[in-house]
Design a binder for this molecule. Structure first.
Ligand code: ARG
Length: 584
């Protein structure tokens, strides 16, 4: 169904044409929902923007628009405010009929995009044999939410984990394993090679202090790339070990990903460089093959190159990303590719996209978007660390959130003199703990840094996961108490009269617009803000209006408001990767 916003936009556009002629058909009517009831529910600013062009005062334009508006069934008489804003207050009867439609729809009135388009979301993408760090956690949480929104909108989404499973670090690791753990190179079974991060650190120390070892390591890279059996075998062991550790995190977070690491593109790298050469884009810079970029300069104003083949003949991160774009366009038939990484990689992606376009690897019709995000900081505003000063292990960070959530829950149960089963407590703590971490991340504008604080994210007050989860529990309680099957409610006779009912209904009817916005801007915090305000508005309604004790038709109308609120919260949270609890 069409949202109220779109309906009003269409009506104002029509009135513009009727009043001033066809040449205004493409003018943006500049309609938006207002935050302040003083300005009505929606406001159109188009009269101000047309004043110069039409050589008329905005108020006169507004009057003419209103004279041609046909929205009697939708809005009270539009009012002109200030210099020429047009304010609309939606009629309760119209709100009621839309609410009824939403209640009847199992997608809450949200249409799917047509035709179906293919979108690749490249996210998470940690590096083998290295720690999966908080930056990867952010990418995982944000990328998953973006993928969920696009999936719900009807896109064919491919979630790709572009793991760093190739590169010179493997030469070092294999050479080191050969020395300290020779069995690893020949045993057919998966070996537990222990803590990979420690192994990496030790190998690095060995590498840094011994020139001969460095040669051996470089040699190993060549052997691996040539496909030597024992090198490949060891490489696979390393990848499997990392994969197990990553998977533990994905399981905790309930994240689905298809692994297609850097190594996958290895066979195509040479071709990419050859293609760039054929198109005469390559230049030599200190022995390396590179493409000089437009608009990228160093501090002396000299143009910067994107290196695609190092002087020793090796390929790099950028070459792999060029090959990946080529594959995603030609083989995956992607219409759009979204990359979720920290803001520090913005230049890398801008450079890669530019070269891919120049080389016709990336056609105009395929959109590429880098979705950057800021740092995760500790409560002290510095990079997040444990008390002992080491960087966090992700697994510990998530486990601690669950532990803390459990403590909070046990305290609350004691205060409320409730007893619950161990199963209930464990499940609730798990859901609340993990959701709190996800929500704390998603509710921030992703482009800024954010402070990681268990106390804040687990609080039952404020813009947090527990607050939203609790708002969901309330309407569930109502249906249990009144023995109501929400799906059986008839929406024919909805009446909305109380201020808090109207406010809630209006907010519920903005869901489509918000999801559309997230689909376009890829900013999940917009959805969080919407759900937070929805929870507040529902709580106000719940405090002020009797539901089960009300007379008909109020009773059914209020039950419908509760039902649609619960379903909106459940859907919205699911798009953030957060499940709901029936009780908490
Ligand atoms: N592995 C990289 C890192 O840890 C992220 C990869 C992002 N995706 C890509 N196609 N470059 O920073």
């Amino acid at each position: 169904m069409k949202s109220l916003l779109l309906t009003l936009q269409a009506a104002v556009s029509e009135a513009l044409v009727a009043a001033f002629g066809d040449e205004l058909a493409d003018t943006d009517p500049l309609v938006a929902a207002t935050n302040n009831p003083k300005f009505g529910d929606y406001q159109a600013n188009v009269a101000l923007s047309l004043s110069k062009k039409l050589k008329m005062s905005p108020r006169a334009i507004a009057e003419k628009i209103i004279a041609h508006l046909q929205i009697d069934s939708i809005s009270e008489t539009p009012q002109i405010a200030g210099p020429g804003f047009i304010n609309f207050t939606i009629k309760p009867s119209y709100l009621a009929s839309l609410l009824g439609e939403v209640q009847q729809s199992d997608r809450l009135g949200i249409e799917q995009v047509e035709p179906i388009k293919k979108v690749i979301v490249d996210f998470s993408s940690p590096n083998i044999a290295k720690e999966m760090h908080v930056g990867h956690l952010r990418s995982t949480i944000i990328g998953d939410s973006i993928a969920r929104v696009l999936e719900f909108c009807g896109y064919d989404v491919l979630r790709l984990n572009h793991v760093g499973d190739w590169g010179t670090q493997f030469g070092m690791l294999i050479a080191y394993l050969r020395e300290v753990y020779p069995e690893a190179l020949t045993t057919a079974d998966a070996l537990d090679i222990g803590d990979l991060v420690t192994l990496y650190k030790k190998a690095k120390v060995r590498f840094d202090e011994d020139a001969e070892f460095q040669d051996t390591a470089r040699n190993e890279v060549v052997k691996l790339q040539e496909g030597a059996t024992d090198s490949r075998h060891t490489w696979k062991l390393l990848c499997e070990q990392s994969r197990r550790e990553f998977q533990a995190i994905y399981d905790l977070l309930d994240i689905e990903l298809t692994e297609r690491g850097e190594s996958f593109y290895n066979p195509f790298l040479e071709n990419i460089v050859r293609e760039l050469d054929k198109q005469e884009l390559l230049e030599k810079d200190a022995g390396a093959k590179c493409v000089f970029l437009e608009g990228f300069t160093n501090k002396d104003g000299e143009p910067l190159p994107l290196i695609v083949q190092k002087s020793d003949g090796g390929f790099n991160y950028a070459t792999t990303d060029l090959a990946a774009i080529n594959y995603r366009v030609k083989e995956d038939h992607a219409n759009k590719i979204i990359y979720v990484t920290d803001a520090g990689q913005a230049n890398h992606f801008a450079a890669v996209f530019q070269v891919a376009k120049k080389a016709n690897i990336l056609p105009e019709s395929v959109k590429v978007v880098h979705v950057p995000f800021g740092l995760v900081l500790g409560e002290d505003g510095k990079r997040i660390k444990t008390r002992s000063g080491e960087t966090f292990k992700l697994k510990d960070l998530l486990d601690d959130a669950v532990k803390q959530a459990r403590k909070d829950l046990e305290n609350r149960l004691e205060e409320e003199k409730r007893t619950e089963t161990e199963e209930f407590i464990q499940n609730a703590a798990q859901v609340v703990g993990i959701s709190a971490v996800k929500y704390a991340d998603l509710s921030q504008n992703r482009t800024s840094d954010y402070k990681f604080s268990y106390d804040k994210m687990l609080s039952l007050k404020g813009n947090t996961a527990p607050y939203l989860l609790y708002a969901y529990v309330r309407p569930q309680g109502v249906s249990r108490k009144g023995n109501i099957d929400y799906s059986q409610l008839s929406s024919e006779n909805i009446v909305l009269a109380e201020e808090s009912e109207l406010t809630l209904a209006k907010h519920l009817l903005q869901l489509t617009d918000v999801i559309k916005e997230v689909e376009q801007d890829l900013l999940p915090n917009r959805l969080c803000q919407y759900l937070f305000e929805l929870s507040q508005k529902f709580n106000q309604f719940y405090d002020r209006c009797d539901i089960l004790k009300a007379e008909e038709p109020q009773r059914t109308s209020r039950l419908i408001l509760s039902d649609v609120t619960a379903r909106t919260l459940k859907l919205g949270l699911s798009l953030l990767g957060i499940p709901v609890l029936e009780r908490m």
